[in-house]
Design a protein around this ligand. Structure first.
Ligand SMILES: [Zn+2]
Length: 403
């Protein structure tokens, strides 16, 4: 069987950088030839020639003949080949690992999830993550030697110039801990890392919609709020990877002090800690029946608890006001809501939509003009899918072998 490691490696069948880029995009998602050209930034003609040659070599399969008759761009996918791509999402209180054979559909992933995260301390978490990777890869029917790429998602800013944490690094993360480097030593390949909301946006643009939108915003709202911004198929990271830190937008100048040192940041109002504190206050000191986590608060809201419903609806409203500013700045075609807060569904989404309508320029959030605000359909694996995409796009196979 053909091996992805050979195809993508330095001496591989992917003769030049363009062909390699095209193959990686097909591994990310089998797609119409025209869309593969767009995603890999190549001309239709070069993709067409490469697809034909690689189909003759048995690397690709294409329905070119039939689709030409219908006047549509051909659907291209990989022939059965050996190779696995991995995506790892490290959150504060959970870890998700997805692994997928590169010749399989994007949603055919093996998933490992643990409710243990960076709060436990990254040092103690790393052996668990390695076991999870090994188990997820084994479930695909292949081995760690077949892994061609891996990406890591973290709820921290990553400096695009260095691939390391942007300083200052807030606890429980530490500047000297580099999860991507440690996993790279374990897997014997380069491992890429980026911010969770950034990777969520990447996953939504590719997997979350039939017709890819050019400007996509993904909102990850859990402990705090961050957004990932895709503009014209590119992730907008900013100079030091600090783009999209909407959680530190000042909403209330008289509000509480935030962990960043600011006052009245969005995070101090809609972060999970603040929402739980609001419910506690409403119970006037009584601890019975007070939710202790955001998921339990949301569960009570879905069970029609008046206090929890109100807290979620107000969070949706405040989020809507912040997102309205973002709409006026960058005019996205679609905003996708993800993270734990999004599991509040319409209780969060509807008030958010109303405030967007009220505070954004009418033309920027007009549904008749194609604007969309919706929940992530890839949840709860959105960020892990994004990490898998990042890993493939950053694939480097100079080294080989597993530690
Ligand atoms: Zn702040």
């Amino acid at each position: 069987m053909i091996e992805a490691r050979e195809l993508l490696g330095p001496a591989g069948g992917a003769r030049d950088a363009n062909r390699r880029r095209m193959l990686i995009e097909i591994m990310i998602k089998a797609d119409r030839q025209s869309r593969i050209a767009r995603r890999s930034g190549l001309s239709q003609a070069s993709v067409s020639t490469a697809v034909q040659e690689l189909a003759e070599q048995g690397v690709l399969e294409s329905d070119r003949g039939q689709e030409k008759v219908r006047g549509r761009s051909a659907q291209v996918r990989l022939a059965p080949i050996r190779g696995v791509a991995v995506g790892i999402d490290i959150s504060h209180d959970h870890v998700t690992v997805v692994a997928r054979r590169v010749d399989q559909r994007y949603d055919h992933v093996s998933v490992q999830q643990r409710s243990d995260g960076a709060n436990r301390g990254l040092g103690r978490l790393m052996p668990i993550i390695k076991t999870m990777i090994a188990e997820a890869v084994e479930e695909t029917g292949q081995t760690l030697d077949d892994v061609v790429s891996a990406g890591v998602s973290v709820p921290r800013m990553i400096d695009p110039r260095t691939g390391r944490f942007t300083t200052p690094v807030l606890l429980p993360w530490r500047e000297d801990e580099q999860p991507a480097d440690e996993l790279a030593r374990y897997l014997g390949i380069h491992v890429a890392i980026d911010n969770d909301a950034n990777l969520g946006a990447m996953a939504e643009q590719i997997y979350g919609m039939d017709e890819p939108a050019e400007t996509v915003v993904y909102v990850k709202a859990t402990n705090g709020v961050g957004v990932g911004i895709m503009i014209g198929d590119m992730l907008y990271r900013g100079h030091r990877g600090m783009a999209g830190e909407i959680g530190h937008l000042t909403i209330d100048r008289e509000g509480d002090v935030c962990e960043c040192g600011g006052r009245g940041c969005l995070d101090t109002i809609v972060g999970s800690g603040s929402l739980l504190a609001e419910v506690r206050t409403s119970h006037r000191g009584s601890t019975t029946d007070v939710p202790v986590s955001l998921p339990s608060l949301i569960e009570k809201a879905h069970a029609r608890d008046a206090v929890c419903m109100r807290v979620l609806q107000d969070a949706g409203r405040t989020l809507g006001i912040a997102l309205a500013q973002l709409c006026n700045l960058i005019n996205p075609r679609i905003i996708v809501l993800g993270g734990e807060l999004a599991t509040g569904k319409e209780l969060v989404l509807e008030p958010c939509r109303q405030e967007l309508q009220r505070y954004a320029l009418t033309g920027a959030v007009n549904h008749r003009e194609g604007f969309l605000l919706r929940l992530s359909q890839l949840s709860p694996y959105t960020e892990a899918h994004g990490a898998l995409i990042l890993g493939l796009r950053s694939c480097q196979l100079e080294e080989s072998g597993v530690e």
